[in-house]
Design a protein around this ligand. Sequence first.
Ligand code: COA
Length: 383
Amino acid sequence: MRDVVVIGAGMTKFGELWEKSIKDIFVEAALKAIDDAGVDHIDSMYVGAMSSGLFVGQEHLGAVMADYLGVTPIPATRVESACASGGASFRQAYLEVASGASEIVLAGGVEKMTDGADVTEALATAADQEYEVYQGITFPGLYAMIARAHMERYGTTREQLAAVAVKNHRNGAKNPNAQFRSEVTAEQVMKSTMVADPLRLLDCSPVSDGAAAVIVASMEVAKKLKKNPIRVIASSQASDTIALHSRRDITTLDSVVRAAQKAYKLADKKPSDINLVEVHDCFTIAEITATEDLGFFEKGTGGEAAEKGWTSIECKRIPVNTSGGLKSKGHPVGATGVAQIIELYEQLNGKAGARQVEGARIGMAQNMGGSGASCVIHILEAI
Ligand code: COA
């Protein structure tokens, strides 16, 4: 496999984008990425999207977006892996360039969730229909069970869950593309409306519209363009049982553990080498389990780490979700994994503004589908 780099990035603001269509927002992000990379063509493209059929009645997104972007007849493929669709889209672009099949590939992701569909029902299609959804469970419900089990087994507290939301809203307030640019206090989180006990409104990622795109290329192309490329030093993916009841332990997400082990091996790095990480905090408990399962903190101590501020930008021990994460930046599900890569791209280029982690050289992105049935991990390094 040859060296693969990211040479450009672009995204829309995340939020309620009622005045724009799914095509408008994808094209906006893709054109920004193409312009940023300074390329005059792309060889192929991928579109990560979880459920555009249910959300806006439009499938066949590969061809739809190639058409509206004006790049037909290049190959254009939609990639679906529930909330990990964006990460999986980026991985396909990486593999295509790494294999030598293409030189310049666009990896994008998009979702339009606020146009009137029953979002909770649409999202639940990523869980086990027979054993979970028919019984009435929702995604907040699944993660509430994980949170409750983590609290009982490790003594994780309500305050520790709140600390994740407080930190992510603080980071998101510094991100011009974030859906919520307001800080919240722990008290506000703990008094917000109950959604699925113990998870409250401010423990949840929101319902969002948005699109993100990056340009992935070979090192040869990057050299010709005289760009400051960011190298992809690991791309890994793992799966797990779809239903929570089949797991050996619901407080550890094995797909995250396995994908992380593979990524560290591919990159020849260890958790202490990583300068920042974007994790899939669809709910506050998911950030706590991710920081443990990725090896940044011992099992059971992720909540304590969040409460002690070890995941903040200022602490530098391991800044987590400098973008604001899904919690504050927003979670248009198909776009999320690509937006995580964009945060790393900006940070490793020293262009993250008020969110900048000083001296950041190596970053990790962990994107998850469902209640952890799929996980995609990438590690990027500044050259
Ligand atoms: N964080 C912060 N504020 C939020 C929010 C969130 N997650 N969700 C909604 N809000 C705000 C809205 O902006 C609105 O504020 P306003 O009154 O000032 O305008 C208010 O809360 C009510 O919004 P509303 O859209 O009516 O909320 P809701 O009750 O319909 O939805 C949730 C709230 C938590 C149920 C919904 O955001 C949700 O389902 N989140 C999880 C999404 C999910 O499962 N994603 C996949 C993960 S695997």
